[in-house]
Design a protein around this ligand. Structure first.
Ligand code: ADP
Ligand code: ZN
Ligand code: ZN
Length: 743
């Protein structure tokens, strides 16, 4: 007698286990194509249905079949993902200690997660039911007649017919009369794009450094190699990418390009589109789920020559992948900070290795991890030290704020400098990474500060919106009329945010239009695109921006860039703070003088003598980063050590701390058993830098070792014990492998 097949299903839930279901005989496929990797619909719990993927199967079972629920539906006729990608995701699940079902979930476009068919959007095609119809019957109905004449030559899509002025209604009538019929067909897609590949003639003469970098890659572009392209801002990295692409595309291989944020830098896509007459598809959160699925299908079928996307695009299933480019590789947005805490750069390198293809990491300010690998010779290090074309690097200097009268944080020197640049009809960028009008509201009489009741943080005052807003938990509060402590009505602001800066600048420079680019002001994507366009047109002279403005923009008329206040980062106890500040400074500075006009960068500070600032202003990121690596080595920190961070949070502080104390004991025991106590450092549990957030107390326990595999193995041994402990069930906890953010 045939036995039902038992399938172990990976379900999209954060539990580290698989679930058994039986495949009813009537669903069992005849073909021998493996069941593994196909999607199924199953019931979970009493009411819910879920889509999962078959992880493995068996029909040799001692299970009591009456206790195993049946699979409701088998959704695919073949495995959904290529075996390469499947293996990679499996590796990621083990490395990042995240349940495989949830990893799969994150790797799939949402339409597939919901059980949609893994195909393109079907298009309606119309065709004549018979070739010897007497179409003159409808001659008096002009549109119907026109439609039949068109369809007599070829079947045509609804979209095509609409463009000819033929409505759906007309088509329906003809269908009722028995003249035509509608069939659903896949849209046409082009698998032979590489045969007609053409490059636009409009490209610059390469610099020697660019040519050297391109040759280095092109000579080794058929197998795994990791290249770090370290090129100063404006040195023409994108031009290098474009040239590296050409031979790969000519071989008919697809290219995957990962960027930090597409919405912020539409320019990069335009440059690829302008260069090649090829099908380019995008993958980012601004697309609807149908568009994302179409991109996925094009990548998988091979009809997408180039796929450009943000972080999660690294999970695209690509038929014939020939190259991965990861631009701005230092960007923190490549690391997912919740759930499946992967790093898109590290996953990309692993992927390139597994698929045996080259990968290029590009940045003006490489992450110290990446730089370390390049300096050690693990990656090939390519350099662009000169700005492209006629552009020259900007000059940098500090303004000592000590004792100066400030207007909303602006020193008289800076105002004077702005005036000089604006008089020459140039644009100015002011960088301030703080939204809102003011970071705190304070009682002028007793010094009381309005603090969020749910976080260890102050409310930010938003003047225009007229409320207080906590940037950590998103709670809001109406503006208090009186001090809660002494009852005084004299509440004043303390500190400057972008909203205030905007207001002040409008009064200092009434004739120079000011634009503020921050999240409050650009919620709608259209408004952001519009602003960018207006900036390019020269409609605005003064640009105020947060981090959003630091990324990759190319504004040829910007000649002055000023950092208003970054002193907070100088005394931050996160060991990555200086690296981040150096990257930010260099990237922001990189917006100045990108064309023929020379650029100038100034940084206001109360600590002009600070060694980090001196280093940045006098010798730049290259020098800073090499020194910073030496310091990391001395301090025994990443990239010389590997880390994993266990976090726990709860409304009850003791519960969170107790759980981590237990984890520590478990880890110590495992280390003893495997004789690695000396090679593993455990720090904590300690409260997180922001101990209370959104009403929960947060604690951390850090694992550190010189050996990456020891961390992986130890966690793998421990994680089941963590999961099963009653203490673990009472708190929210997570593991962050290679953490980059300790807040
Ligand atoms: P990066 O990505 O390194 O900041 P881009 O690739 O955006 O730099 O290049 C900066 C500007 O220089 C762009 O306008 C680009 O078209 C131009 N450019 C790049 N390479 C050259 C070159 N070899 N000659 C002239 N202009 C160039
Ligand atoms: Zn008071
Ligand atoms: Zn809060």
């Amino acid at each position: 007698m045939l036995k039902p097949i038992i399938c172990q299903i990976a379900l999209p839930i954060p539990l580290r286990r698989l679930f058994d279901y039986q495949l009813p005989l009537h669903l069992a496929p005849n073909s021998l194509i493996s069941l593994v990797g196909r999607r199924v619909r199953v019931s979970f719990g009493s009411k819910r249905e879920m889509i999962g993927l078959i992880y493995s199967t068996t029909n040799n079972t001692a299970h009591d079949l009456t206790k195993i629920k049946p699979i409701i539906e088998l959704l695919d006729t073949q495995p959904l993902l290529s075996s390469n990608l499947w293996d990679l995701l499996h590796w990621a699940s083990l490395y990042y200690q995240h349940p495989f079902g949830d990893v799969l979930q994150q790797a799939l476009p949402s339409a597939l997660r919901k059980g949609k068919e893994a195909t393109f959007k079907m298009q309606e095609y119309w065709h004549l039911l018979s070739s010897d119809l007497n179409i003159s019957e409808v001659k008096r109905a002009k549109k119907q007649y026109q439609a039949l004449l068109l369809l007599k030559q070829n079947p045509l899509s609804t979209t095509h017919l609409k463009a000819q002025g033929i409505t759906r209604n007309t088509l329906n009538i003809l269908q009722e009369k028995g003249f035509i019929e509608c069939i659903a067909k896949q849209p046409e897609y082009n698998l032979n794009w590489s045969k007609n590949l053409q490059e636009s003639e409009d490209k610059p003469q390469l610099s020697t450094e660019q040519a050297v970098a391109i040759t280095a890659v092109n000579q080794q572009n058929k197998e795994f190699n990791c290249f770090l392209l370290e090129g100063i801002t404006g040195s023409g990295k994108t031009e290098v990418y474009l040239n590296i692409l050409t031979p790969i595309l000519k071989m008919g291989k697809q290219v995957l390009i990962i960027v930090p944020e597409i919405g912020l830098t539409p320019q990069i896509i335009q440059r690829f589109q302008a260069r090649f007459n090829l099908p380019i598809y995008l993958k980012h959160s601004g697309l609807n789920s149908r568009q994302q699925l179409d991109t996925w299908c094009h990548a998988k079928q091979g009809s997408a020559a180039i796929i450009i996307g943000t972080r999660s695009a690294i999970f695209s299933d690509i038929k014939n992948l020939g190259l991965i480019i990861l631009d701005e590789e230092h960007d923190a947005s490549f690391k997912q900070q919740d759930g499946f805490r992967y790093h898109a750069r590290d996953f990309a390198i692993k992927r390139a290795h597994m698929e045996n293809i080259p990968i290029i990491l590009g940045s003006a300010t490489p992450a110290l991890e990446t730089l370390h690998n390049a300096l050690q010779g693990k990656y090939q290090h390519l350099h662009l030290t000169q700005r492209a074309g006629l552009a020259k690097p900007p000059t940098s200097s500090l303004i000592n704020l000590a004792g100066l009268p400030l207007q909303s944080g602006l020193s008289p020197q800076l105002i004077e400098l702005m005036r000089r640049h604006l008089q020459k009809n140039n644009q100015v960028i002011l960088f301030l990474n703080r939204r809102g009008f003011s970071p705190v509201l304070m009682c002028h009489e007793c010094g009381w500060l309005v603090k969020c009741t749910r976080c260890d943080a102050f409310y930010t005052y938003h003047k225009k919106a007229n409320y207080l807003h906590c940037h950590h938990c998103a709670s809001t509060l109406p503006i208090p009329q009186q001090c809660y402590d002494c009852g005084s009505t004299q509440l004043i602001t303390n500190g400057v945010g972008t909203e205030q800066l905007e207001q002040t600048l409008k009064s200092i420079f009434p004739d120079d239009p000011v634009i503020r680019i921050d999240r409050d002001n650009t919620r709608k994507k259209e408004s952001f695109d519009e602003y960018l366009n207006d900036i390019h047109q020269g409609k605005y002279k003064i640009l105020i921006g947060t981090q959003m403005l630091a990324k990759g923009h190319h504004f040829p008329n910007v000649t002055l860039v000023a950092l208003i206040d970054v002193d907070g980062a100088l005394f931050c106890n996160d060991f990555r703070a200086s690296e981040r500040l150096a990257q930010l400074f260099t990237q922001v500075a990189g917006r100045a003088g990108r064309a023929e006009k020379k650029g100038q960068v100034v940084l206001q500070t109360h600590h002009p003598e600070h060694i980090l600032l001196q280093e940045l202003v006098n010798s730049g990121y290259t020098q800073f980063s090499r020194n910073a690596l030496r310091e990391r080595k001395l301090a025994q920190l990443p990239p010389y050590q590997f880390q994993a961070l266990l976090r726990a949070e709860s409304e009850n502080a003791t519960l969170a701390e107790n759980f981590l104390t237990l984890c520590r004991q478990i880890l110590i025991k495992i280390c003893l058993e495997h004789n690695i106590t000396e090679k593993m450092l455990l720090l904590g549990p300690i409260p997180a830098p922001m101990e209370r957030k959104a009403g929960r107390y947060r604690f951390q326990l850090l694992l550190q070792s010189t050996y990456r595999t020891l961390i992986t193995q130890t966690l793998q041994r421990a994680i089941d014990i963590f999961s099963k402990s009653p203490e673990g069930r009472k708190v929210k906890w997570s593991i962050d492998v290679d953490p980059i953010d300790f807040t």
